[in-house]
Structure formats: C-alpha cells, structure tokens
Design a binder for this molecule. Structure first.
Ligand code: ADP
Ligand code: MG
Length: 247
C-alpha cells in the first residue's frame, strides 16, 4: 500500500538560503507524525511546499502515490488535504460557527457557497458536529475575535477538519495556548485521529505535546532531517539534544 503522503528530496531555496534541503519522508494512513526543530530549520517552508503555497525548487510531493507537486492549495483541499497556519487564520468578525462553514466551503471549493454566501445544509450540520467535537458549544455564536487565544486555536484546528480531510498538516497548534486549553486540544486531536482515522503531520515546539500525541518524530535542523524515530528515542538522541533540546 502506498503512503498517504510521500515527500521526495524536497528542496526550497530563498536566494542564498536553502530553507529545505533534500528532505524525504513518508506518512502512513492513520499516523501522527511530529516535526520538530529549532526556529528557522525549515519546518513551515516544508509545509508550504507540500501544500502548494510555495513552489519547491526541487523534489516531489506524492499523495496516495500520485505526484501532486506544485498543485494549488485549493486543488489539494479537494483531494482531502487541509492545514492550519502558524499564525491564526480565523476571521475575527465572524462567529465561530460561520468560520467553520466558511472553512468547509473553502475545502470543498464550493462555488455556490461563494456566490450566494449561503451555507448548504450539509456544511451547517458538519459545523455543528465540529462544534460538538471540539466542545465549542458555548462560544459557537461568539465573534471569533473576542474568543480567548486558546479558544481561537481550538477553532482554527476545528476548521482544518471541516469537509472530512484525510490528511491534516498542523503548524504549531499549541503555540501560545495555556495548559488547560492545551490538554483539551491534545485530547481532541488524539480523538479525531482515533475515531475518524485522519492522518496528521504536526509541527510543534511544545515537547510534551508532541511526544504524547505523535507516533513518530522527525527532527529538522538547517533544512535537513537530523533524526527520525519514536518519541522516546528521539528525545534521548544526543544529536537532537545538541541541536535542539540543548538550546
Ligand atoms: P521554521 O518554520 O522551522 O521556523 P521557516 O521554514 O519559517 O523555519 O524558515 C526557514 C528559513 O527560510 C529561515 O532562514 C527563513 O528566514 C527562510 N525563509 C522562510 N520563508 C522565507 C521567504 N518567504 N523568503 C525568504 N526567506 C524565507
Ligand atoms: Mg515555522
């Protein structure tokens, strides 16, 4: 069986900087892969290349064995790939529920939704289900901009799961989230992986979060894979401690 996601020799240069330098890995169905590494090690650039936000300088991205390198984000959304960004992408003047419906329209590429501004019944029901799943009931009709930062991160994660994606890439979902909200976020992500079989790739700085959520971890340093393995082994790898944890 082919991997859900396979990255082959991916490279991205910005002028004289090689932000991602010949990175290869694959992600199996249902896996939760963590990507860690110091600031500037190329994690976000890697995501941007996978998701068509920027073009790789070299290398390939395959989904279910099919080459999708350079496809636009909207085309990838329709193939069941979704993401969150390092910086929040919620619309502050829309309610949490409206943000979810809009995300569902984006993922489906629903022209009808965009033209008429009306959510179809399917998306409304799905937004309702996500509100329940991410326990956002009490804030569903609140302006996203007036939610706490942690609640906005939870909403942002919920938005990525609209339209039933198979593969979700999360860029620092725990960044700036307080401990109690963090536990809720981790619990919900673990549950969605378990219950819906979604495959994740998670960039995260919070070690406890990534160690407890992920089944396998990849360590990037200066655009290259420094180490890869089970959370416990990676945490105790002297090269990783030197390059990352020791900072
Ligand atoms: P990380 O997410 O691991 O912190 P990034 O992927 O954001 O790392 O950045 C990797 C390197 O690429 C850094 O040196 C950064 O300055 C550079 N970089 C990222 N995006 C751009 C860009 N759009 N233009 C120029 N340099 C960039
Ligand atoms: Mg980043």
């Amino acid at each position: 069986m082919s991997a859900v996601l396979e990255v082959r020799d991916l490279t991205r240069r910005f002028g004289g900087i090689t932000a991602v330098d010949g990175v290869s890995f694959s992600v199996a169905e249902g896996e939760v892969l963590g990507i860690i590494g110091p600031n500037g090690s190329g994690k976000s650039t890697l995501f941007n290349c996978i998701l068509g936000q920027i073009e790789p300088s070299a290398g390939h991205v395959l989904l279910d064995g099919e080459d999708v390198t350079g496809l636009r984000p909207s085309a990838l959304n329709r193939r069941g790939v979704s993401r969150t960004f390092q910086l929040l992408q919620v619309f502050p003047n829309l309610s949490a529920r409206e943000n979810l419906i809009l995300a569902g329209q984006e993922h489906r590429g629903s022209m009808m939704g965009r033209l008429f501004g009306a959510a179809d019944a399917g998306l409304s029901a799905e937004a309702e289900a996500m509100i329940g799943f991410f326990r956002l009931e009490r804030v569903a009709d609140t302006r996203a901009g007036s939610l706490s930062y942690g609640q906005q991160k939870l909403l942002d994660a919920a938005m990525a799961f609209m339209a039933g994606p198979r593969l979700v890439l999360l860029d620092e979902p725990a960044g700036g989230v307080n401990p109690s909200m963090l536990a809720a976020l981790k619990d919900r992500l673990a549950a969605i992986n378990r219950e819906k079989g979604a495959t994740f790739v998670v960039i995260e700085h919070n070690m406890d979060f990534v160690m407890s959520l992920c089944t396998r971890i990849l360590v990037l340093a200066e655009g290259r894979i420094l180490a890869e393995g089970k959370p416990y082994d990676v945490r105790n790898d002297p090269r990783v401690i030197e390059a990352y944890l020791g900072h």
